[in-house]
Design a protein around this ligand. Structure first.
Ligand code: SF4
Length: 348
């Protein structure tokens, strides 16, 4: 007999933690159950996030010069790619990026560097940029700077960084097939350091890296055990020149079931559709808003994405609402003057 997905959602809504076996059933549900699975995931999403969609914008603050060897990544110096190479951007460039993100209606600006881990100088650049951003806009700042050394998480938290992103990427079991230059435990340690310093943990992974459904389930439960607040799920968009350049992309159905799996295991977290959304989901992108409550707009670190105006239109046409911050920064009542540009007209 097939699974009653609504009953499974009822269990989650009543506070029961889904079992590994049930999670595996979500991940491997037959395609004909897809809409029923998404409906059940939506009920959980709706309880905690309503119809709101949190829009994030990324800035690649240091590109293409990473000494690590993550098999999916075109920013690794181990592989041939035409990704632009540049060192750490300065404070001004980061603040300018935050302004653009604010104008796109982003609730979170994510500063990302391609590196094993940051120098103390790079940490200071992010701290100073964060202080400047926070002075001007009511927007969360997320930093993604790789493995942290003692004391760096505390400095970032003190400067006002709200979240630290460091993905586990895949299950502990599959990790050594993907990365050799550091191990899964190194990543877990950094996420725990970030949390201990008072930042929220943004931590997810990439699916479509030749892993089994069991690996996706293991990743979801490992993240639950750490207690991450935000779960970005990348859908592998194979990059030429990387060891995974020949991987077959997931089908849209498989990707959607994977997002539902993460919603079932993380009822309250921000589940974010990250890189690969456009290529993998194609015309089925709006369906991802049923399990997920967040997305990146206007592209990713090394690949272009759907422009922000199209994303905002997609969100609204699917019956969802972009989350809004910023209006409260207008102490004089001039709400529109600080409103994100996408709100200022109906042209989008
Ligand atoms: S550590 Fe980050 S930037 Fe470096 S190769 Fe791995 S994924 Fe790419």
């Amino acid at each position: 007999m097939g699974t009653n997905w609504n009953h499974l959602a009822d269990d989650v809504l009543s506070g029961t933690t889904i079992s590994r076996e049930e999670a595996l059933r979500v991940a491997s549900a037959p395609d004909e159950d897809l809409l029923a699975v998404l409906h059940a995931a939506f009920r959980i999403r709706h309880r905690h996030h309503g119809r709101e969609v949190r829009v994030h914008v990324l800035q690649n603050a240091k590109s293409g010069v990473c000494a690590e060897d993550c098999a999916f990544c075109s920013q690794s110096l181990h592989f041939e790619s035409d990704v632009p190479q540049y060192g750490m951007q300065d404070v001004e460039e980061l603040v300018d990026g935050a302004k653009e993100a604010h104008d796109m209606g982003a609730v979170t600006f994510c500063i990302v560097t391609a590196t094993r881990g940051p120098t103390d100088e790079e940490v200071e650049t992010v701290c100073e940029a964060t202080r400047r951003i926070k002075e001007q806009w009511d927007m969360d700042v997320c930093a993604s700077l790789g493995l942290l050394r003692d004391g760096q998480a505390e400095r970032l938290a003190e400067a006002g960084v709200d979240r630290y992103n460091h993905n586990l990427e895949t299950s502990e079991n599959h990790f050594s097939n993907i990365v050799q230059t550091h191990d899964w435990g190194d990543r877990v340690r950094t996420v725990k350091q970030a949390k201990a310093a008072g930042m929220e943990a943004c931590c997810g992974g990439i699916v479509g890296m030749k892993e089994a459904d069991e690996d996706r389930v293991d990743l979801a439960f490992a993240l639950r055990e750490i207690g991450v607040e935000s779960v970005p799920i990348n859908l592998l968009n194979p990059r030429p020149g990387t060891p995974l350049g020949d991987a077959t992309p997931l089908s849209p159905q498989e990707a959607l079931k994977t997002l539902a799996l993460f919603r079932f295991v993380h009822p309250e977290a921000d589940v974010r559709i990250a890189g690969g959304r456009e290529e993998v989901l194609r015309q089925m992108q709006p369906l991802a808003l049923y399990p997920a409550n967040s997305l990146f707009t206007d592209g990713y670190l090394t690949t272009p994405g759907q422009e922000d105006s199209k994303d905002h239109r997609m969100i609204k046409q699917a019956g969802f609402t972009p989350a809004v911050v910023g209006a409260e920064t207008c102490g004089d009542g001039d709400v529109q003057s600080d409103a994100p540009k996408y709100m200022e007209g109906e042209s989008r």
